[in-house]
Design a protein around this ligand. Sequence first.
Ligand SMILES: [Fe+2]
Length: 407
Amino acid sequence: MNGAGQAASDSITRFRGDTASLPDVVNLLERMQPEYYGQEVERIFRRAWLPVLPLDEIPQPDGYCVVTVPVLKASLLLTRDGQGLVRAFHNICRHRANRLVAEGKGCARSFTCGFHAWTFASDGQLAAVTDASQFPGLDRAKWGLVPVTCETWEDLVFVNFSDQPEIRLRHWLGELYDGYHGYFAGREQIANWSIVVNANWHITVNAFTEGYHSLFLHRNTLPDYQGGKGNPMRHRPFLEVMERHGRYSAKANPAHAMPPVEACAYGHGRKLYPAFPPLDCSAPDFPRGINPGRIDDWAFDIVEFFPHFVLIQGADWHQMMWFWPIDVDHTEIRVLDYAYAAGSVGDRMAHSYLRVRNREVFREDISTMEAIHAMMRAGATPTIILSQQEMLIRKHYATAAAMMAVA
Ligand SMILES: [Fe+2]
């Protein structure tokens, strides 16, 4: 292909999936009303399969971790038994409803409440009752921990809060389910932080599922990592919508010039974002979900797991982001960064640069979330309009509307 043809094709997005029916105009203000939000909690979050934790937080048999789920005002106790099976329970003592495990993670085969010392095994069974003679006729089998439906997928634990989940996790994830086998293996966690923002949850998720803004909002932090002559507006070369979820691939700018500090940070370790070394997808067992459109000069993928989880995947790193609603006006964002396992000081420098870089860019994104929320609250206009490059946001609202339509 000649230069001009190449340049033209670089800026064309290849869409996969049914994009024709997705709305370009969305009533955002409607979704910022307390009554509407209350219905979202019940119709979306209580029905959805929700990723809550990466498995590496409970890596060992007999490991456990406490995870809060703000949107459902829940505290979960996730346990892993001697065979590695992961279970989820409401973190509540069945005696007087005290929080069973205060917080944190560790290794334990049983959990004793600090109030009256009832003890529960990691499989949820009520293992010991203090002063048991004073509970005549107590049937211990009926007073175990309250389970929450739980399944694991790759490196993530998912839960479902409905009494009877309508579908299994495999069905919920659809095409995503089989596409990432092995991708998460061998990584180490390099950042773990959270922040509460004054913004509705939709606004926060939407900040990460389009690249249209990167040229403008991130003009100082990421001046030339994407785009270039053939794709000046940084169009996504590949974008896919599924039954519920969506993903796109971003293209690197091959002419990206590393500033001195980046060259120094990556001088003795692997190059990471915002530099993008070539990716070889040719191995037969290479996960087909990574760079699913098999584009050249691949930079990274972004996947929205509806409703509230976004995964950014690079060649040697990935970032997990949770957008947990607290109430209609507040969202807790949790971020975990992972990279290849470090083997040298140079690798550590590379990790540090990625960690700092991601956080710096993230701060810019947060500034828009709170501004949008504040502006919408003024009530001047209820709607927003979305371009074709913001197709994953269109999909987000279409999935939300479909779930809200089922009483
Ligand atoms: Fe951004």
